[in-house]
Design a protein around this ligand. Structure first.
Ligand code: ARG
Length: 277
């Protein structure tokens, strides 16, 4: 059973602008945001059969709902995020407390080295793919790979609207993934093509609806609405697709995947855990 971390949207809103999607004048509808988040949680627990755990939201930390950025967890070890923007740095302490309080080991990266968790680090089969430039530093990939005991393939993100790796890349299983080619440079596209035999390109329109920002639980995929061609590609491969309207979160530059963090990824090299703090 998949185990996911979410954080209720009690204090969610567009209170600052740290990516091109965010516009304080446009704001997010609080009631709709709550309904959409509740719907996502229901689909994950009832349809996808995942166990959802909840972090406690904090006033003044509106983006805490995006738990994908709390850290990256593998084999019971959490590498805590260090947020690039001060607006989100206040999330580090409450998330760290949550992880320690729930029995996880927590590793901290050196100060000044930015890393935004599962938003920028996704396992794809045996490989770990890391995004960098807008949020995470490429230097964090080496630090992460030393802690986890496997290599990180560094992929540069080149379109500011796809500022986290999980906005433009979604591994499905060890041999297949969805990506948005326009978010990567030629080298990154080549690396992904070499790594993933069945690489599905999201059309631009669907990438802009966060079609790549999907949650994969076994053969079920949970994603935002309005991505018909991706839906078809997934269904052709035997996946059941669940759509959840997440318009209020897109206003902050996030969607389904950003609202969850996996807590139960198996560790490949558990022996390296002794290095953590
Ligand atoms: N407003 C948030 C930010 O800019 C959205 C985070 C989306 N998270 C993600 N994993 N892509 O940091």
């Amino acid at each position: 059973m998949a185990r996911l971390l979410m954080c209720p949207p009690d204090f969610y809103g567009i209170q600052y602008e740290i990516n091109p999607w965010m516009d304080r004048r446009r704001g997010a509808d609080q009631a709709r945001a709550r309904e959409q988040w509740d719907h996502l949680r229901r689909v994950l627990t009832e349809d996808a059969g995942a166990a959802v755990e909840l972090a406690t939201p904090r006033a003044g930390l509106p983006d805490m709902v995006f738990t994908a950025n709390a850290g990256y967890c593998e084999g019971g070890l959490v590498i805590l995020s260090r947020f690039r923007y001060s607006e989100r740095a206040g999330e580090e302490a409450p998330f760290q407390r949550w992880f320690r309080g729930h029995g996880f080991q927590v590793a901290l990266l050196p100060e000044g080295m930015y890393f935004e968790g599962e938003g920028d680090l996704l396992p794809c089969g045996e490989a770990l793919c890391g995004g960098y430039r807008y949020r995470s530093d490429i230097r964090s990939h080496l630090a992460v790979s030393e802690l986890i005991g496997r290599e990180v393939l560094s992929l540069e993100l080149v379109d500011p609207r796809f500022y986290h790796l999980d906005t433009c890349f979604c591994p499905l299983d060890s041999g297949s993934a969805v990506y948005y080619p326009g978010a990567f440079d030629r080298y990154g596209r080549r690396v992904l093509r070499a790594l993933v035999p069945d690489l599905i390109a999201a059309p631009r329109k669907e990438a802009l609806r966060f079609g790549c920002n999907a949650i994969v639980v076994g053969r079920r995929v949970v994603m935002n609405t309005g991505c018909p061609s991706l839906r078809r590609e997934l269904e052709d491969r035997g996946y059941a697709v669940h759509e959840v309207e997440l318009s209020e979160y897109i206003k902050a530059g996030g969607s389904a995947k950003c609202l969850t963090m996996f807590l139960d990824r198996p560790g490949l090299h558990q022996e390296t855990r002794s290095q953590s703090t």
